[in-house]
Ligand binder design. Sequence first.
Ligand code: EPZ
Length: 417
Amino acid sequence: MSKLYITGRKRLGGGVRLQGAKNSALPLLAATVLARGESVLYNCPLLSDTEASLRILRWLGCKAQRSDGTVLVKNDGITRHDIPDALMRQTRGSIMFLGAVLARQGRARLSLPGGCAIGQRPIDLHLKALRRLGAVIKERRGILDCRAPHGLRGADITLPFPSVGATEDIILAACTASGVTTVTNAAREPEISDLADYLNRCGARIRGAGESVIVIDGVRELHGCAHAVIPDRIVAATLIACAAVTGSAITLKGVIHSHLAAVLPVFEDAGCVFAARENELKITAPERLRSMRIVRTMPYPGFPTDAQAPLLAAAAVADGTTVLIENIFENRYRHAAELARMGADVKTEGKFAVVEGVPRLYGAAVEAADLRGAAALVAAGLCAEGKTELGGVRYLDRGYESFEQVLSALGADVKRV
Ligand code: EPZ
């Protein structure tokens, strides 16, 4: 098991180009199941989660190969409708294959997806929506056996919560359904719009992606196309947190500013200054951060739950008290106990975390338990006095492409052993 060794209190500088968005690449890779012929995904990040999706595509009968950031998928016909448990459990992104395989094969058999320990991660909204589209789904001992013997047909679906994954699964299932599907209270994340852009270029007819009501007019079939994955706004927020805790000035390249509209004001409250130019964003952090006071995570366009952990690390070394309210997942403060081992003063209770800024954190041996918690511990290690030994680096590799190389290029002292 590799570990990261971080020697803190190094100021960062320079610029870094953002990787492609993990949470866009995963549904896009599943969507290639629907598109006959060749699809090319540019700016597809090299992550354990995306490689897991490529393995699922190969299992289903596609040719999928990567050269650097470009992934080529050749879909001359899907030969299976089942995904083995070993492949399903490697990533949460695997659930995206449910809607796509069911739409393509009229049948899908897969086990419940894996994912981080940030909550129960149910898929009841996915299943309820697919049943509305005409799917017959049997759940038995963790295996989902889904059929649509007469194909899927359009329906009006209202989500009780704007679930990102459920919205994506519905879009994937409804693209080639017969008739029109309307999704009300759909998730509005940029990754939804990115998926719709790709599918529309493949011949789908999806309107309103990025808004709360999405209308999908089913078409007969989709053909492959080329598409560039949007930049990863959560990696951007993580790098902003890394600059904020080290009093650094760095430039992010390949940024879509609107994706960070709820993130920048929080760091501005803490004393950071931002300068935006075309698709670049420069952040200049103060010597000492001020507290962010109250931050609540919300569905997009609110403050993203995936940026809560890195933000908590920044709050730990900010002057004053910060209250975080995690409204999306029920167990997303596992990094708090590890930060406390580094000297942070954090009290968590349910969805609340009360963070009292301390003058300094101290390097320690800490263990990540999930993807964004790992990122929070890296940020804490960058500003801690002394050396931090981070275990659970596999969690970091699920969402951050060569993160220690990115940070080293910015001047951090980070080594993977
Ligand atoms: C996606 O997860 C992302 N993952 C998550 O990123 C992200 O935190 C989340 O959206 C919210 O933005 C991918 O895109 C692969 P949800 P997803 O469905 O689709 C509950 C990361 O760190 N829910 O919007 O699972 C659920 O339990 C990951 O990159 C149900 O109750 O998120 C949660 O409390 C973590 N039933 C809330 O809704 C369902 O059927 C939000 O979940 C589905 C979800």
